[in-house]
Write a protein that binds this ligand. Structure first.
Ligand SMILES: [Zn+2]
Length: 298
């Protein structure tokens, strides 16, 4: 799943390609992934892209309406907002193929083409479809965007702001970091990495972290994300997934060697997924119980 750094990489890429281009093609491949009906998705056709930006893990392509030709008299056009979810991706084409897509019979959820012949497909592999896209007048009309907590790389997201978010939360820090309404953009992979850098147990209770721990976690989060964004930025979409995988120290590396201490990276079931951690670095050598497994054994 792409998280904030990969989405930022996509946005940076789209930001170098799209502004000034007019949308000429909007082909819906999976109608179930289109979550809005007003304005109609076809309202994007003829609109000219102004910017590409990011809200958490959402990509936001802003436009000016077809009837205006200069930014001075520009009437805001619809925004195309999308979330790639678990198995979604964006495929960029300098020259978009003229072939038609057949709704319901393609991994392509949406195809967008531009007046210079370029374009992209939003694709989703697998059977469990959760990629979503929206045509909206205002990105805040997307419930998932409206709900977002602060962005951890925003200048206003200080150590104190982070401490205030954690205070009173009697839940495990792993879940807090992944909660988009608390902090925007961090998912299962980067929360594993952040906790490993912070040398902190994923099961630590947010409310119980002392000042030094909050400080360490804040630094680990901002450093890890800033580094990953720097790695992702400037890469074409096709390279972003591999770059993410290569950059991981513990996430997805069960059974491999911890790059810090040499212990074996362990995995444990958490919520709807598994997490990876290093017992020596993060839990004082204690192996975390797999709650799902122990429940089954009882
Ligand atoms: Zn370690």
């Amino acid at each position: 799943m792409p998280e904030m750094p990969e989405v930022q990489g996509l946005v940076d890429f789209l930001g170098t390609r799209l502004p000034g281009l007019t949308i000429t093609k909007v082909n819906v491949g999976n109608i179930a992934a289109l979550k809005t009906y007003d304005p109609p998705i076809d309202a994007l056709r003829g609109a000219t892209v102004t910017t590409a930006s990011r809200h958490g893990k959402f990509v936001d392509i802003a436009t000016i309406a077809p009837t205006t030709h200069t930014t001075a008299d520009a009437a805001a056009g619809p925004h195309l907002v999308f979330h790639l979810a678990k198995a979604g991706w964006l495929r960029w084409y300098d020259t978009l193929a003229p072939t038609l897509i057949r709704p319901g019979k393609t991994p392509i959820a949406l195809r967008v083409g531009f007046d210079d012949g370029s374009g992209f497909d939003l694709t989703e592999a697998g059977t469990k479809k959760s990629l979503a896209y929206y045509a909206v007048q205002d990105p805040q009309d997307v419930p998932g965007v409206a709900r977002l907590g602060p962005d951890p790389l925003d200048a206003t997201f200080t150590r104190d702001a982070f401490a205030a978010l954690l205070a009173g939360r009697r839940t495990q820090i792993k879940g807090v970091l992944r909660d988009q309404s608390v902090i925007a953009g961090v998912g299962n992979a980067y929360s594993d990495e952040i906790l490993h850098v912070a040398k902190m147990s994923p099961y630590a209770l947010a409310a119980k972290l002392d000042d030094a721990e909050v400080e360490r976690l804040y630094a680990a989060m901002t450093d890890t994300l800033a580094e990953a964004v720097a790695t992702a930025s400037g890469k074409p979409p096709a390279d972003l997934k591999d770059a993410k995988r290569r950059g991981m120290r513990v996430h997805g590396r069960r059974g491999e060697v911890c790059p810090v201490c040499g212990d074996t990276v362990r995995s444990v079931f958490f919520a709807d997924n598994s997490l990876e951690y290093c017992a020596t670095c993060q839990t004082g050598g204690k192996v975390l119980a797999d709650r799902r497994l122990s429940r089954l054994l009882k």
